[in-house]
Design a protein around this ligand. Structure first.
Ligand code: PYC
Length: 312
């Protein structure tokens, strides 16, 4: 039997998002975490078929758009990539709002998204800029040192919807032409963190590594290179990575509530961010823009031996 899935593609600061808008089987579960587990248990072949080669690549983030489980939310979303599932995704949320606007499903620009990491409120203004209020973010471990063959790296473990090791001070130029070297450096750091048993407070894998340098653009505060789970780096400044950094800077006393911070990516694209303190929790706001790049029906023919993507 041939399976057909409808998708809309976009990019946010160079990072692609593929929103699944039709053809996906119904998921069950009382929460988005349960529905994500159902997805992973029974339909993981669709994840790999949608985002891996030959239809995608390591770089793609998929977003399954569905009905919410909580009455206060408008829609739900489960983000995924070549390696597995993401709790939240900032660039993907911006891409999702552009997709909802393209589909005429964003009448007043405002949407409440239910994600496995919590509720995210987002708004698209008339110029196409999307502002999202991320989940509560925090600094977990401060000034941790990791030694690899490339050097000694000191940084923080922080959460912004995903788990990050944030290296503020490091000697490498963050430029796209050095991407292979930067991937190798950040992967070695990630491997060392895992080898040392460094995790989130509940044993969560620290699967994103973020290096910072001085920005190239005078309107930015910092430039970054972000290793994502699997074998890809973020072409955008990374919404969850910027959220984790803003929470860490606020906790370290280096950022005031409401102060605007502009993070630039390795490709030069920018996100604007700030934090608000709500009942003691740090709530980051991220602002950026996405553009629609395609609309397609993905076809999975039953006799295609690679229909579920190229697997390891
Ligand atoms: O923007 O949060 C983000 C993100 C996570 C992984 C890739 N992009």
């Amino acid at each position: 039997m041939t399976t057909t899935i409808s998708v809309i593609d976009s990019h946010t600061g160079g990072e692609p998002t593929r929103v699944v808008v039709g053809g996906f089987p119904a998921l069950t579960g009382a929460s988005m975490s349960e529905q994500r587990d159902h997805f992973a248990r029974e339909f993981d072949h669709l994840r790999t078929g949608i985002v891996r080669e030959p239809r995608g690549s390591d770089v793609w983030v998929g977003a399954l758009l569905d009905e919410p489980t909580q009455p206060s939310a408008d829609v739900s979303v489960i983000f995924f990539n070549d390696a597995g599932y993401l709790g939240m995704c900032g660039h993907g949320t911006i891409g999702l709002l552009e997709t909802l606007h393209y589909l005429d499903r964003l009448p007043n620009g405002e949407v409440k998204l239910e994600t496995p990491a919590g509720i995210v409120q987002a708004h698209r203004d008339g110029t196409g800029m999307v502002t999202l209020q991320n989940v509560s973010s925090f600094l977990h471990l401060r000034d941790l040192t990791v030694v690899t063959a490339d050097g000694t790296f000191t940084g923080d473990i922080a959460y912004g919807g995903n788990w990050f090791f944030l290296v503020y001070d490091q000697p490498f130029s963050l430029v796209v032409r050095d991407q292979e070297r930067l991937m190798a450096i950040t992967k070695a750091i990630r491997t060392e963190l895992a080898a040392q048993g460094i995790t989130g407070p509940n044993g969560e894998a620290v699967d994103h590594v973020e290096l910072f340098s001085e920005p190239e653009n005078a309107s930015s505060h910092s430039r970054n290179f972000v290793l994502c789970p699997g074998n890809a780096y973020d072409r955008s400044p990374c919404g969850t990575g910027t959220s984790a950094k803003l929470a860490a800077l606020y906790t370290r006393g280096e950022l005031a509530e409401g102060e605007i911070y502009v993070q630039e990516s390795v490709t030069g694209s920018q996100f604007e961010g700030s934090v608000r303190i709500v009942d003691g929790a740090i709530i980051p706001t991220i602002r950026g823009r996405a553009f629609i790049t395609g609309e397609a029906k993905l076809i999975f023919q039953s006799d295609d031996p690679l229909r579920w993507g190229i697997l390891e």
